[in-house]
Design a protein around this ligand. Structure first.
Ligand SMILES: N[C@@H](Cc1ccccc1)C(=O)O
Length: 487
């Protein structure tokens, strides 16, 4: 509207001399007119020059007197027309500031006699100050000396008014050409892109301000787990790389090479580089022997262990590969009890559905000490999960190639009214620990769970794709302000 008015006016006039007057003549808001002027000026439709005017506005005190009368008149009216009033009486009738200012101004004006008793010297007064203030409110011009006295009494302040004078610019046209902001499929199909004028990028434009910091629920829950581990005296393990060799992911864990998990149906193998460059040769030899022939009181698997299988690179399928490397390093030092945890990404060649993704996060904890028992494992798990608010636990015997005994962990889900599997656990086998070089009486209890599952339960999410990956529900992130991460 303002744009049509400005361009239309310039079609028949040389100049808009004052944007403020133009706005009020055309029934427009001056702000809108200014915005349009800036935009048209940017595209050189018009030339614009700043104009400034000083104007006067009432201070809060000034506004009060314009409404209620000046203090001197309020004081005068409080003095009886005949006789007198004691100063104390008079003070009680007025506001403290009105009394103070009123006394001095009315005294100066010679309206009243000020002593212990106050009496009128004149019968009528005019409230000149109030009249002047009202005239300023109405936008009228005042004499210089009146302005000076109101300013001295801090009843008015100067305000600079800014506006523009406007003339036609080099690109002037009575209507602004519509500039395209996007190149659409239709533009390409119709071929009209050739005639389109595109809006230039504004690299100085600022994006909408973020309302607050937000954190992804997975990160938040990850931090909660971290806090629990740290409270229980666990140290975080370095989580290494996503690419791992089959050796560290499987062989070192006494997982036989024919195990179905080592199939490409279950595991992502790397094409390039397809094999690892380096393995600790002495240790590889010990691992090979325990698979083939056993030892350390074990009969082994009695199969033809192949180095090529161990060399194959893959995307690690569990964070137990992280624990394995850590334990191997630990076994080289003189023994001291340890508690470790890791939370990081793992990959499995699974078909993706509401509850499964091909990549997810695992949380893994382990305790390494002399003479640990299954009771210690159950006790640690009980402590760990009750800190998460899951105090009803059930354990079910299970099988893992690297743990014996092994237990699946179930928790009673009040909302669903049933037991749900929340993790897997066990005591690492001697076939895994002894080739690393641990003393025979050292035991390692360990457990692992997914990060996504408790996050989904805690956030009431029933489709994992809303939580993780390229289809993530962004409003979910917005509902998780960063201040609650508890860092
Ligand atoms: N690695 C197991 C979890 C686990 C960790 C440690 C001990 C036992 C089990 C899994 O991926 O499910």
């Amino acid at each position: 509207m303002a744009e049509d008015a400005i361009l239309g006016y310039l079609a028949t006039h040389d100049e808009i001399s004052d944007s403020g007057i133009f706005a009020s003549q055309h029934g427009l808001q001056h702000n809108d007119v200014v915005n349009v002027i800036k935009s048209l000026h940017g595209f050189r439709y018009i030339d614009a020059e700043d104009i400034k005017r000083e104007s006067w506005v009432l201070t809060d005190e000034g506004k009060k007197y314009a409404a209620e009368g000046s203090p001197e008149v309020q004081l005068f009216l409080a003095v009886p027309p005949e006789g007198s009033i004691s100063k104390d009486e008079l003070q009680k009738k007025l506001d403290p500031s009105v009394f103070k200012i009123g006394c001095s101004q009315a005294g100066k004006n010679k309206w009243v006699d000020m002593g212990k008793q106050v009496s009128r010297k004149v019968q009528h007064v005019e409230d000149k100050v109030k009249d002047l203030l009202i005239r300023i409110q109405d936008g009228q011009e005042l004499r210089k000396e009146d302005l000076t006295s109101l300013k001295a009494r801090k009843l008015i302040v100067a305000q600079t008014w800014k506006g523009y004078s406007v003339r036609k610019g080099p690109n002037y046209a009575p209507n602004r050409k519509k500039v395209a902001t996007d190149l659409t499929r239709e533009n390409l199909q119709k071929g009209d892109w050739k005639d389109l004028e595109f809006k230039e990028y504004n690299f100085n434009a600022k994006g909408p301000p973020a309302e607050a910091g937000h954190v992804h629920p997975l990160l938040k829950v990850k931090q909660q787990f971290r806090n629990i581990f740290v409270q229980m005296g666990f140290e975080e393990m370095p989580t290494n790389n996503y690419v791992e060799s089959s050796f560290w992911n499987f062989d070192a864990l006494f997982q036989p090479q024919q195990h179905p998990a080592r199939d490409s149906h279950d595991t992502f193998f790397l094409e390039a580089p397809s094999t690892t460059k380096q393995l600790p040769e002495d240790y590889v030899e010990l691992v090979k022997n325990v698979h083939k022939d056993g030892g350390y009181g074990s009969r082994g698997y009695n199969y033809d262990w192949k180095r090529e299988e161990a060399d194959k690179n893959l995307l690690r399928t569990h964070t137990t590969a992280v624990s394995t490397r850590m334990l191997y390093a630990l076994a080289k030092e003189s023994f001291a009890p340890k508690r470790y945890f890791s939370i990081d990404r793992v990959f499995r060649n699974e078909s993706v559905d509401r509850t499964h993704l091909a990549e997810f996060h695992q949380i893994e904890g382990l305790v390494c000490d002399r003479g640990l028992t299954l009771g210690d494992l159950i006790g640690v798990l009980d402590d760990f999960f009750s800190r998460l608010g899951m105090s009803k636990l059930k354990f079910k015997p299970a099988y893992n190639p690297y743990t014996e005994p092994s237990m699946e962990i179930f928790s009673y889900h009040e909302g669903l009214g049933k037991w749900v599997e929340i993790g897997n656990s066990g005591m690492f086998r001697p076939e895994m620990l002894l080739p690393m070089g641990f003393p025979e009486d050292v035991c390692v209890i360990a457990w692992g769970l997914s990060l996504e599952r408790p996050t989904m339960i805690l956030n009431g999410i029933d489709n994992i794709r809303d939580l993780f990956g390229h289809k993530v529900d962004l409003s979910l992130i917005k509902r998780n302000p960063i201040c609650r991460i508890g860092l």
